[in-house]
Every structure is written in C-alpha cells, then in structure tokens.
Design a protein around this ligand. Sequence first.
Ligand code: GLN
Length: 192
Amino acid sequence: KVKIGVLAMQGAFVDHEKALQMLDCETMQIRTVEQLNQVQGLIIPGGESTTIGKLMDQFGLIDAIQERSSQGMPIWGTCAGMILLAKEIEASDQLRLGLMDIKVRRNAFGRQVDSFEVPLDMKEIGDEPFPAVFIRAPYISEKNDQVKVLATHEEKTVAVRQGHLLAAAFHPELTDDSRMHQYFLDMVQRSL
Ligand code: GLN
C-alpha cells in the first residue's frame, strides 16, 4: 500500500490526511527527515507560507525534500504549499523549495474576495467542474513551457503540473470531492 506524507509544520494538514484516508492509501504526518524517507509522495498543505518555510528550514526538510524531488518523488503543493514549490515569489525573499518553474503572486485575488468557492473546469480530472475553495489564494503569474496548465480562474492560472510536481492555488482538502487527491495518488503509484 502506498504511503503519502503530509507536511505537518503548520496549516491544513489534517484535512489532507482525511481526504487521503478516503482513498486506498496510508498517510503520515511529516515533521522529520526520517519520516520523509518513509513515504512515496508528499503533500505540502495550505497555511502561512513564510511560517511553513521557516519551520521546514529548521527541521532540515528543505534540503531533504529537494533531494527526494530530484529522485522523482511526486510532490503536491496546495495554496501556501504551491507558493513554497515556486522558484519565484513576487516581492518576497522568503524561504522556499523552489522546485517548479513558476512565479507566484501571494494573496493575489484582493481583500474583498479573501475567500470564495467556484466551480473550476479541470479536464485532467474529469468533465464535472471541481468545487475549488480559495482562501487568500495565490495565483501563477508566470511559468515556462515545462509547466502544464490544469485550471484557470478569471484568466489566472490556478493549477499546474510539471512532471512529478503538482500545484493548486486552492484547497481541495476542504471539499468532499476527492478527484484531485485521487489524481495525485495515481501520480505516486505510477512513480513506483
Ligand atoms: N496567503 C497565504 C500565504 O501566502 C496562503 C493562504 C493559504 O494557504 N490558504 O502563505
């Protein structure tokens, strides 16, 4: 059985575990390099990206995750997790993994729309729109041609894939539609 780690520094990691447990998959909260080395895939949850980045650094997880990524381990970042996967973060020098060829803008949808839910077209996971919950969400302002766009909202790129790396600006763990978790689980299973 596949075991997927959920980075448990801060933020929405418990909901990701619950979503994965609905599928045929074991989960593990990741706080140490030893724990990281026991999983075949990793989710980096939403939360506060500067806080998560600092804690990852303190626990030696930035180097360790970069290393696992270079060996092809699938990683999925949601919201703050997407920010941490980006090579470039607009107007910020905060700590990050810098694994994906994307530039992100934090809190990008403006104060009036701090949080909202929209049906999102994402053909890669099926014909039915995906209920996407955005909370102080970032979006992707630039990318290179290695990066495939999976979904857009108001012409902003909000979900992408680059090989073994997946990123979403929203919170799929907060709705009971499990298709994105299933999609990531398939990525992990195919990587073994
Ligand atoms: N705005 C947060 C950040 O920049 C991300 C918000 C979220 O993960 N829901 O870290």
